[in-house]
Design a binder for this molecule. Structure first.
Ligand code: ZN
Length: 352
């Protein structure tokens, strides 16, 4: 901890159950929290019958990332975003790559970064906007929203989320967000076995609800060998996305690397990722990308109608953008891109 300590912020998203016990209303867990205790997320605390966000203004990670790293491939390609995360998460994924900050708080240092300081960085031109990411931003929503309100109007505001939030939370966030990437991790059984939630239905509802709002949506599916990589479940998932939120929704099929408690499962073979992207295409999805396979041709954007290479990427770097007024220069197909492309970028991360 550095400098003066910011006080925890009381949240307005709770109700009183009885006496000093409250019910948090931010995610579908709706934890009933007795005085002095915290919700499953580990950061929302009942103090004398009022619910506080204990991580308000306390970032465990701040870096400037290419927006491609989120991943968001159809949002101002080549833009840089200031990524912020706090401790905590409302899921308990046994394969979490950020478990040190999300679940275990292992060797984690919090830095005081008030919303005005983050917004000031954007104002100063250090990045094109903010990304709330690495841990689940839903549970530090008050911090994120205050940062959005303090930021310049034209700053990009993006969430990288597991989608496990209540419909009311979607409605609170949507007017302030440019874009969101939501994980669809697997089917009901996968969620039950690996993430610590009983029912993923609220996640699917979140995906649909954001798609109905004026928020650009991309979906990520981490493919784990033996757990969610069978053809039938991949096909179900991809068909659901195409049907529920449209074939123009960019989808990232991402390669698993062993981490946290799931270390006895091998990394996803590249052929599996290639097969998964094929299945996504067969389901009608028009912008399908591989993730964690740097240098693969499926990192780039091609025109769904004529196949022309439109945005060339390598890892998180944008090598070139070939669009004319947001359309394919060859066949004039409109390509859904939110915000102005920033142009070629290095794809490098910078630590503040
Ligand atoms: Zn074309």
């Amino acid at each position: 901890m550095t400098g003066e300590q910011l006080p925890p912020r009381e949240t307005e998203h709770y109700e009183t159950v009885e006496a000093d016990t409250v019910r948090c209303l931010i995610c579908p867990r709706t934890c009933e929290i007795p005085a002095g205790e915290r919700g499953v997320c580990g950061v929302r605390e009942n103090r004398d019958g009022r619910l506080y966000l204990t991580t308000y203004g306390r970032a465990v990670s701040t870096s400037i990332d290419p927006i491609e790293k989120k991943p968001l491939f159809h949002v101002a390609p080549g833009a840089d975003v200031l990524s912020v995360a706090t401790k905590g998460c409302n899921l308990r994924c046994d394969f979490c790559q950020n478990y040190r900050i999300a679940i275990e708080y292992e060797g984690v240092t919090e830095h005081e970064r008030p919303p005005e300081e983050l917004a000031g960085r954007i104002e100063a031109g250090d990045a094109d906007g903010m990304a709330y990411t690495y841990t689940e931003p839903t549970i530090f929503m008050e911090y994120a929203l205050d940062t959005m309100r303090a930021s310049p109007d034209d700053a990009l505001q993006v969430f990288v989320s597991n989608g496990y939030m209540r419909p009311e939370t979607v409605d609170t966030l949507a007017p302030h967000l440019d874009a969101i990437n939501i994980d669809i991790k697997g089917d009901r059984e996968f969620y039950r076995k690996h993430t610590g939630i009983p029912d993923p239905e609220p996640i699917f509802e979140t995906v649909e609800r954001f798609a109905e709002r004026d928020v650009h949506l991309e979906v990520t599916n981490l493919v784990i060998p033996g757990e969610n990589d069978d053809e039938a479940s991949l096909r179900d998932r991809m068909e659901w996305i195409a049907d529920a939120v449209g074939t123009e929704t960019p989808v990232h099929v991402s390669r698993f690397h062993p981490d946290y408690k799931l270390t006895d499962v091998p990394p996803t073979p590249i052929e599996t990722i290639e097969r998964a992207t094929e299945i996504a295409g067969e389901a009608g999805l028009e912008y399908v990308y591989s993730g964690n396979v740097p240098g693969h041709e499926s990192e780039s954007t091609y025109c769904p109608d004529c196949g022309r290479l439109l945005i060339e990427r390598e890892g998180f770097a944008v090598r070139g953008i070939d669009l004319e007024d947001g359309a394919c220069p060859n066949c004039s197909r409109e390509i859904p891109i939110h915000g102005t492309p920033r142009g070629p970028s290095s794809g490098r991360r910078r630590v503040l």
